[in-house]
Design a protein around this ligand. Sequence first.
Ligand code: KIV
Ligand code: ZN
Length: 523
Amino acid sequence: MTTATQDRVFIFDTTLRDGEQSPGATMTHEEKLEIASLLDEMGVDIIEAGFPIASEGDFAAVSEISKRAKNSTICGLARANFKDIDRCWEAVKHASSPRIHTFIGTSPLHRAIPNLDMDQMAERIHDTVTHARNLCDNVQWSPMDATRTEHDYLCRVVEIAIKAGATTINIPDTVGYTAPRESADLIRMLLERVPGADTIIFATHCHNDLGMATANALAAVEAGARQIECTINGLGERAGNTALEEVVMAMKVRNDIMPYRTGIDTTKIMNLSRRVASVSGFPVQFNKAIVGKNAFLHESGIHQDGVLKNVETFEIMRPEDIGLVQKNIAMGKHSGRAALRAKLKELGVDLADNQLNDVFVRFKALADRKKEVYDDDLVALVADEQTNDAHEYLQLKKLRVICGTEGPQEADMVLSVDGVDHHIDATGDGPVDAAFNCVKMLFPHKARLEIYQVHAVTQGTDAQATVSVRLQEDGRIVTGASADTDTIVASTRAYINALNKLIVRRQKTAPGNDVKTVSYHGE
Ligand code: KIV
Ligand code: ZN
């Protein structure tokens, strides 16, 4: 179990639980395992891997992540009832360091929903934390909507949870309502008033509805919290959660005024950010702190001049600190496998030999089509290779489109369906529509297209396009992605990738079953 030293702040990543709860951010089982392993390698202290009772998929992911984790504590979420807690324990018990996280809404608004009065809720907290502690010696308890809970009642229930055996008390700002001074005062008040508060770790869990999640989390740390709950890229419901990269880099860059340590290897941040953006289908905004595309770009003449003379004039941290390599060793069609491996390593991507072979073949093909292969091209190519598996049910074999000012646009396609090639052509309102119509004719379905996004990976008209497609069918939401120098090919492959994910979902669950429809107040 993790224990506190004065300046050590534990990083609790909830990308796979609170982050994945964001509508549309659903990840596949394999994607969850990959993200968990990257978080583990990066030095995250606690990974909240899911909400085991919420779906079979969550249970399977939490169990598997628990079995595979090398360093991190693995945590699962459970509501305040024995059934949730037992299910959570069944999933996390495989970890060498397991944790049960149980919670209940304690503010007046949240107490009203299960219709419990203050005393009944206090008793429920005592019973459920005791039950969790009988199963696992590492128990975290959260009073959901703590920042809107009456202070006297908050102190009372926190004391009950500590006495019942909770080892971490998390203080959630569930609706992103608090502000930095209040966030700090709340932790200070709990430390001063609650007997036994000095024997446990206080955590801060902030949402970003007012854009203050990072500031609120850091203020809580200054007041004595020693665990920050956060997600990669700030992924999460509504405006998201505290962004891991922001709090970690803030404490590193301003260690003079925030003298705290984390166990995070910050050079792994950029790769994780890219992978989470790719698998969740939530791109990072260009001007996002730390990991945005523009975070280290200096466009204006004055800035460029200053940076060239002395980088510190306009840069407070080095791109290398977050794993953003800007050496840009030119990669082209004459580069060999060893150079590609070295380059990917620089970019924070470590591939097994067989994966490297596949990526190398695609890199050569790309280098034939594109004059310069930039770092971002390679990152997009690897992401595409990891997303689009050659053994999928649907595979694009060939595509030609006719487009231009005279419609209708036409697509001619060979699509492999369960190993058998089919040839079809279709028209549409634009080339993408025509290509998607071909797929629909060969694989009829009623999934609705919710999002279709295209981004250029680099500058230049020969740039690769990354496309993400979100589909929804009977409550199941899937996101597909792909990259190619041909935007129509990338679009079609992203669409097919989403459909392949949907096919897997259909096999695993009845309609709506893998959607986390469990209510936070239900049983
Ligand atoms: O925001 C919140 O209150 C939560 C709890 C379940 C901890 O995510
Ligand atoms: Zn939350």
